[in-house]
Design a binder for this molecule. Structure first.
Ligand code: MOS
Length: 734
């Protein structure tokens, strides 16, 4: 069992807690003497607060205080804004001054004995503003002329394009999207003397601890962040947002624990979003379909407060082979909240443009879209001239085409039918960087026969608890259900953020090393303990399997349960701790995950109904540690991508920057009824250059490429090319 546990479709070890409601999420923590903070959001997007009259609110039953820029204790800017492990979602501390930068900004916080009292009083706080005209959409500001936020160049893309035999020049847009995890953001802040404990929902307990230390102004060791479960984040919970500092500040002021839960409406304003993107793609190719020029020009908005550039051109210089490439990104600043990474940030909207343009090129060339991609296959990462650590995209295309039946595709628009329905088939490539960072883990073996692995990283719903237990099980033979994985606590050995799909690649090697360390200690105990059957044996002749120490040449059953050895020494347990980091040699290679999306839509022209009817994703993600949780991640990404293609768009009112669809009735995400049976397969080539397990991340890549495959299928069915997401029925009625 010890080797087969890696790769097995182990069910989530935390699954039962979640489905029974026993899992304790951030604002669920039972805290005594709790007070409730409810925010007053700005109703303008640009201007100044001229007066806050809280006199009526303060007289309401149960109200303890009303805090705002005029009376709150100061909060501070993060010292290393936008650096890893010290990055806030918004670098301006809340209540810094009387300036309003976006609709929905916290302008006051009412603290009361109950949530209802705080909410009622918050509605009675009168705020007067001096309003200026807000900049809400990119069209509200002049096109940027300065140097780009990001720039990449090789060869002469512009010159080559002008003389290219086949040219594509198209502009795509993707709308602002809001993360909208089921679990809304929320914080409970509890002070004990000068120390503060924060019950949080975060993708990074360590980063959260650092930022709160800086922004609240307390020493790092006096901030304790606890986040055992996360009702998903999708990137929105990578960095702390204003409500968290407000909870800490308010709790210190009222000398009681304070809970601030962000209501769904404010989830659309103060906790980040994926920004709108406008992307112009020029492709130049030879008649036989070889790319000779690629230009990708991106415009995205950030807030007035921060420079957040959605990195749409991340895949552009490396996905295809092409000698002449430019990629540049310009920023404009609008009166909206600061954008933040959202699942597959940059690459997801970026690939919508790039992959759609590749399809438009295929059509101009009268070539199969898959064939165009194969003709431009990148054998190396041409952006860095590095070899790929492991790339099997050609096999992905082949396996996908075979399984989907791609060879039966008739390229003629509207030619494929199923009764009265017109079928459209589309495909797209996907990619996502495979990163790895440092991680530290402690593994403990207990005398009662259980084990424990702990690290200050967190499970954001992806299956982290489960795969970590699998690795401890692999190294010790202890069954997964006897291994307690403890995460989401900043006091544990420091682990990485759950971001960029890097968790597994970063932490698994540390768990393995910590487990090996503790097993070595156990061997020492086995040979040094007098009544141990292995007393005075050479530890090199021993092995640990099935939870027992045994002689290498004997079966595990012949050995001694590890708990018995610990009991012989009257030990409660023993620990092994290890820290790992990516080694230098891995920097000489380019690590990316690759994949392909294949999709079928049905179009009923009689009633203008578009349905997604079939989906296949093929992934080259290295070795899969858990086939169940990995598949879940990919399918979830596809579901979200179908939402991006068909539904999702945060619509801001031009007059005041208000997100008009700031609720689940009007902000449409995919539901079960929108999703067909989803098929997903992996080609499994362990990426041993990245880590000894050969595992790359799968949290984000499932979303990439989805919207382009979908618009391509719609084009194939209808002849209408949708370049501005989401696809709307009215765009198809012509
Ligand atoms: Mo991911 S957008 O880094 O959670």
């Amino acid at each position: 069992m010890s080797s087969s546990v890696i790769g097995a479709a182990v069910s989530r070890v935390d699954g039962k807690l979640k489905v029974t409601g026993a899992a304790c999420y951030a604002v669920d923590h039972p805290i005594e003497n709790l007070a409730y903070g409810v925010g007053v959001p700005s109703i303008i997007a640009n201007g100044r607060i001229t007066c806050i009259d809280s006199s009526e609110a303060e007289k309401m039953p149960g109200v303890i205080t009303v805090l705002h820029h005029g009376n709150a204790d100061p909060l501070f800017r993060p010292a290393n804004a936008f650096e890893q492990n010290s990055r806030a979602g918004e670098s301006r501390p809340p209540f810094e001054d009387d300036t309003v930068y976006y609709y929905g900004q916290f302008v006051a916080l009412v603290v009361a004995n109950t949530f209802e009292q705080a909410q009622e009083a918050a509605a009675r706080v009168k705020v007067d503003y001096a309003e200026s005209k807000p900049l809400v959409h990119v069209g509200d500001v002049p096109a940027p002329t300065g140097s780009p936020a990001r720039h990449y160049m090789r060869g002469d893309a512009d010159g080559t394009f002008k003389t290219a035999p086949v040219q594509v020049d198209v502009t795509y847009t993707t709308p602002a999207e809001t993360h909208n995890p089921m679990e809304m953001h929320g914080t409970i802040a509890v002070w004990n003397g000068d120390k503060v404990t924060l019950y949080e929902t975060t993708q990074g307990v360590v980063n959260h601890q650092h930022v709160m230390s800086e922004m609240v102004g307390v020493p790092l060791e006096d901030v304790h962040v606890i986040s055992p479960f996360c009702g998903s984040g999708f990137g929105g919970k990578l960095f702390p947002w204003p409500h968290s500092m407000l909870a800490a500040m308010a709790a210190r002021r009222v000398k009681r624990p304070v809970k601030v839960s962000v209501p769904r409406t404010m989830m659309f304003t103060t906790v980040g979003h994926r920004p709108f993107t406008q992307q112009r793609v020029h492709l130049g190719a030879t008649q036989d379909g070889k790319l000779i020029s690629l230009q990708h020009d991106v415009l995205t908005p950030s807030s007035i407060i921060d420079d957040y550039a959605e990195n749409c051109t991340e895949p552009t210089p490396l996905l295809y082979s092409c000698p002449n490439v430019t990629a540049q990104q310009h920023l404009v600043h609008l009166n909206i909240g600061t954008p933040t990474p959202m699942r597959g940030p940059g690459t997801t909207p970026g690939l919508f443009a790039l992959e759609s343009a590749m399809d438009e090129l295929a059509i101009k060339l009268n070539l199969d879209p898959l064939e165009v991609r194969i003709r431009n296959y990148a054998e190396t990462d041409e952006s860095t001239n590095k070899a790929f650590s492991s790339k099997h995209l050609r096999e992905v295309y082949q396996k996908g085409a075979d399984r989907f039946g791609w060879s039966k595709r008739n390229p003629k628009i509207g030619s494929m039918r199923d009764g009265n329905l017109i079928l459209g088939w589309g495909m797209a490539s996907c990619t996502w960087p495979a990163g790895r960072s440092a991680a530290e883990v402690r593994v403990r073996l207990n005398a009662d026969g259980t084990a424990r692995a702990s690290s200050a990283t967190q499970d954001i719903g992806t299956g982290t608890y489960t795969v970590f237990a699998q690795v401890v099980s692999e190294k010790t033979g202890i069954p997964v259900n006897k291994i307690d994985v403890v995460l989401g606590d900043s006091s544990l050995p420091p682990g990485p953020m759950s971001g960029g799909s890097t968790g597994n690649a970063s932490v698994l090697p540390a768990i393995a090393k910590a487990a090996e360390t503790v097993v070595d200690t156990l061997m020492e105990i086995a040979v040094k303990t007098e009544n141990s059957p292995f007393h005075n044996a050479d530890p090199k002749t021993l092995k640990m399997a099935a939870g027992r120490i045994h002689a290498q040449d004997q079966s595990p059953e012949s050995g001694v349960p590890f708990g018995d050895l610990l009991k012989m020494r009257r030990l409660a347990g023993i620990d092994g701790q290890a820290k790992t980091a990516p080694d230098e040699s891995s920097r000489k290679l380019s690590s990316h995950t690759f994949g392909a999306q294949f999709c079928e839509v049905t179009w009923d022209p009689g009633i203008a109904r578009l349905r997604v009817s079939r989906w296949l994703t093929v992934m080259d993600a290295g070795r899969i540690i858990n086939h169940k949780t990995a598949r879940n991640q990919i399918l979830g990404g596809v579901v979200m991508g179908i939402g991006m293609g068909l539904f999702e768009e945060t619509i801001y009112d031009s007059r005041n920057g208000k997100p008009l669809n700031n609720n689940f009735a009007d902000y449409i995400v995919s539901t079960n009824a929108d999703i067909p049976e989803l098929d997903c397969i992996f080609v499994e080539y362990p990426d041993l250059n990245l880590n000894e397990y050969g595992a790359r991340g799968v949290g984000e890549i499932g979303l990439t490429g989805v919207a382009s495959a979908l618009t391509m299928a719609v084009y194939h069915a209808t002849g209408i090319r949708v370049r501005n997401l989401p696809i709307r029925i009215e765009q198809l009625l012509v």
